[in-house]
Design a protein around this ligand. Structure first.
Ligand code: PEP
Ligand code: MN
Length: 367
């Protein structure tokens, strides 16, 4: 897939000093003037860079707290001024954009439920034309990288050069450890496609509870993400939205102090040559993997031809079950998780079936 060259400024030049990792924190929702101010004052002591608060909240079901609305904008702006930090809020339509800009909000983000809708994104992009403030685009709720990239492109085309992405995980039907599955490969592929795009991880919305916040934040740092957005509330249990995933400003500080920040590159020559040696070993194994998979596909095609001759169906479910059970057992002995083995063989099996279907549907076999 081709690399995209969007015009993106270095976050260092976004108009305020930020260090990597960029830390954005604040309540899920602005609730009262006092709550926003107290959160800001307590967060300022934890060295955050940007204060966040949701003013308009997209809720799944009606009758939940849908945000305090425009009255909260001056609270947020005043709290930012009090601690001398830029403030950010979520916008989901043109009215939000206009009101937030008029109130003096420094940074806007587009929520996951808005990124999924190209019409909504285009309207927001048009409203932003000529206002080059930082815009952060959260991933869509479904794991669709093209949709995420499409939203970034629309905002970029409006002339925004202070562009960033927020990785907040992807919703799923099954119950999992996380509220939203991280699917780390998606933000990693986004980084490959748009290398100069800052990506901020939002562990709060990935986790849904406070239990794994540190683990997910650390993983984001290990993957060299550019920052973290973490929700913080002065009294999490009483929060009007996302109560289970918010931490007090002091607990946030505690979490940040436990993060291990690693260098991006190895500087020492000996360590570098050791890394390069290990990488050549990986490259050799990757080549062998492709060789083996290609041989496996060749045999799958032969089996396809044989099935055609015998006029039997491609998919024999007991055979697939047998393969997966056997490989799960082999995988366990070799330290490979069930989840990984299942995903790997699902991909290989799907490709085999695809190859066999093609053979079945060619009129005459070319021998
Ligand atoms: C939020 O940041 O509070 C929020 C609603 O996020 P998301 O769009 O990721 O659900
Ligand atoms: Mn929230």
């Amino acid at each position: 897939m081709e690399l995209l060259d969007l015009k993106i400024d270095d976050p260092e030049t976004w108009g305020f000093p930020i260090g990597k990792p960029i830390i954005i924190s604040g309540p899920c929702s602005a609730e009262t003037e006092e709550q926003v101010m107290e959160t800001a004052l307590r967060l300022a002591k934890q060295n955050i860079h940007i204060l966040r608060a949701g003013i308009w909240k997209p809720r799944t079901r009606p009758n939940a707290f849908e945000g305090i609305g425009s009255v909260g904008l001056p609270w947020l702006v005043a709290a930012g001024k009090a601690i001398n930090k830029p403030v950010a809020t979520e916008v989901a339509n043109v009215k939000h954009v206009i009101e937030a800009l008029n109130a003096g909000v420094d940074i806007l983000w587009i929520g996951a439920r808005t990124t999924v809708n190209p019409f909504a994104i285009q309207e927001i992009a048009d409203a932003l034309a000529g206002v080059n403030i930082p815009i952060l685009v959260k991933n869509p709720i479904n794991p669709d990288l093209e949709l995420w990239i499409g939203a970034l492109e629309r905002i970029s085309k409006a002339g925004i050069t202070k562009l960033g992405a927020i990785h907040r995980g992807f919703s799923n039907y099954e119950k999992t450890k996380y509220r939203n599955k991280p699917n780390w490969e998606l933000p990693m592929e986004l980084k490959r496609r748009i290398p100069n795009l800052p990506i901020i991880c939002d562990p709060s919305h990935i986790c849904g509870t406070t239990e794994f916040l540190l683990e997910v934040s650390q993983e984001a740092m290990d993957l060299n993400m550019d920052g973290l957005m973490l929700e913080s509330h002065i009294n999490p249990k009483e929060a009007w939205s996302d109560a289970k995933q918010q931490v007090t400003p002091e607990d946030l500080g505690q979490l940040l102090s436990q993060l291990v920040l690693r260098k991006e590159k190895v500087e020492d020559v000996v360590a570098l040559s050791k890394l390069e040696y290990m990488r050549t070993k990986i490259d050799k194994i990757d080549n062998d993997l492709i060789d083996m998979i290609s041989k496996r596909m060749e045999i799958a095609r032969e089996i396809g031809a044989h099935k055609k001759e015998q006029n039997i169906t491609i998919l024999q479910s007991n055979r697939w079950e047998e393969i997966i059970q056997k490989m799960l057992k082999v995988g366990k002995d070799k330290n490979l998780t069930d989840d990984f083995i299942t995903k790997l063989f699902e991909i290989i099996h799907a490709e085999s079936i695809h190859n066999q279907t093609q053979i079945m549907n060619t009129e005459k076999l070319v021998k």
